[in-house]
Ligand binder design. Structure first.
Ligand code: FAD
Length: 380
């Protein structure tokens, strides 16, 4: 077993770290307070080649490996988990769906190039008001009409929704068949009958934008079918396995970011005539958090390598998602406590990180659903 990162992986990590410190750090507090996305920052990430990092050059990507992508996402999320999820949804979910589909290579290239090259944003639309953990509650239906499909229904909680140029949308094709008839379509922004709807006002990841989507007799040509009826559900689940590695990287980054702020604070802040870290109780708690972070990191990198090297990764991705996101919630909560009153203040960042951490335990399959996946595999 080799625990060394390659030169390319270290490069990807450093590029993302420098970009985070140089650019994202400048206006992070303002963007969080105003719930504002920075298109300029995203475009810079695109020009740097981050968005399509793990995809082939001929498809608009950089031909990097999957762990390099995970490392860069972890770095960005150490400070800016909102940009982290924007990045992950474009790369792991939107591009992931296209790459996991049965489409011919040229068509895959055509569909992912705008997003993989960082020139456009993409969204993944599965959730509906009646279909969260249980996709079988899906009510959005596409019905074939000659050379077109007509979509009616709505989606909710769609990350990047107000910003995206392209959407992979999962629909039923026959309500009687449920998810057995599920299909997936590529829906471009601006097509008649499709509306990027009401924005959600969120607790955390406030500078990533999330909204509802409405489909009202929205006509999509058959060539935009990404998964045929009956193949959509499996495609969504496979792509979510990859998405969970992205959310795990986001969670680990949040945990590491908050840990570093707490460590510095404990070394600087003096009470009772000495720095706080000299209180063994606090130092021991930090030692425990350091162990938790290290465990989460190895599980995440293992899942990323499983995917990269072509091994099954449903299980390792579920484990990494569970462990990294629970670490994010635990470490950020502890960090707020260790900073005392200052921890509650915006300018110390850890309160934002604690709000951001919460969603990582909920989306792309809540942590209860990860346990459902893992326990189901234990006892089959
Ligand atoms: C900010 C944000 C961004 C999102 N982005 C996207 C996106 O881009 N695309 C997209 O398609 N979706 C997105 N989602 C949706 C997200 O994936 C769902 O919210 C999530 O899967 C949970 O579904 P739900 O909210 O309907 O909760 P429910 O399914 O109603 O669950 C409620 C609670 O019950 C628990 N629960 C449910 N079933 C079980 C069970 N069988 N056993 C034990 N516990 C259970 C859940 O874990 C949860 O704690 C986003 C959500 C949010 C909040």
């Amino acid at each position: 077993m080799n625990f060394e990162l390659t030169a390319n992986q270290l490069d990807a990590q450093k590029i993302a770290r420098d970009f985070t410190e140089r650019t994202l750090a400048k206006d992070i507090l303002e963007r969080d307070a105003a719930a504002e996305f920075s298109r300029a920052h995203f475009d810079e990430m695109g020009r740097m080649g981050l968005i399509g990092l793990p995809y082939p050059v001929e498809m608009g990507g950089q031909g990097g490996d999957y762990l390099s992508y995970v490392l860069s996402l972890e770095e960005i999320s150490k400070l800016d988990a909102s940009m982290g999820i924007t990045y992950s949804v474009c790369t792991s979910l939107f591009c992931g769906v296209i790459m996991n589909s049965d489409l011919p290579t040229e068509r895959k290239a055509e569909l992912i190039r705008p997003v993989a090259s960082g020139k456009a944003l993409g969204s993944f639309a599965l959730t509906e008001p009646s279909a969260g953990s249980d996709a079988a509650g899906c009510k959005t239906v596409a019905v074939r009409d000659g050379d077109e499909w007509v979509i009616n229904g709505s989606k909710c909680f769609i990350t990047n929704g107000p910003l995206s140029d392209y959407f992979v949308v999962f629909t039923l094709t026959d309500p009687a068949l449920g998810t057995k008839g599920m299909a997936c379509f590529m829906v471009p922004k601006g097509v008649p009958g499709f509306e990027q709807g009401k924005r959600h006002d969120t607790m955390g990841i406030r500078s990533a934008l999330v909204c509802e989507l409405y489909f009202n007799n929205c006509r999509i040509p058959t060539e935009n079918l990404v998964a045929e009826p009956g193949k959509g559900f499996a495609l969504a689940m496979k792509s979510l396995d990859g998405g969970r590695i992205g959310v795990a990287a986001q969670g680990l980054g949040i945990a590491e970011g908050a840990f570093e702020i707490a460590r510095n604070y404990l070394m600087e802040r003096e009470q009772f005539g000495k720095p706080l870290y000299k209180q063994q109780h606090l130092a021991f708690r930090m030692a425990e958090l350091a162990v938790e972070i290290e465990q989460a990191k190895y599980m995440l990198y293992k899942a990323a390598l499983d995917k990269q090297e072509g091994r099954p990764y449903t299980e390792s991705a579920a484990k990494a998602k569970l462990v990294c996101t629970d670490a994010a919630m635990h470490v950020t909560t502890e960090a707020v406590q260790m900073l005392g009153g200052n921890g509650f203040m915006k300018e110390y960042h850890v309160e934002r990180m604690m709000r951001d951490a919460k969603i990582t335990q909920i989306y792309e399959g809540s942590n209860e659903i990860q346990k459902l996946i893992l326990s189901g595999r234990l006892f089959r």
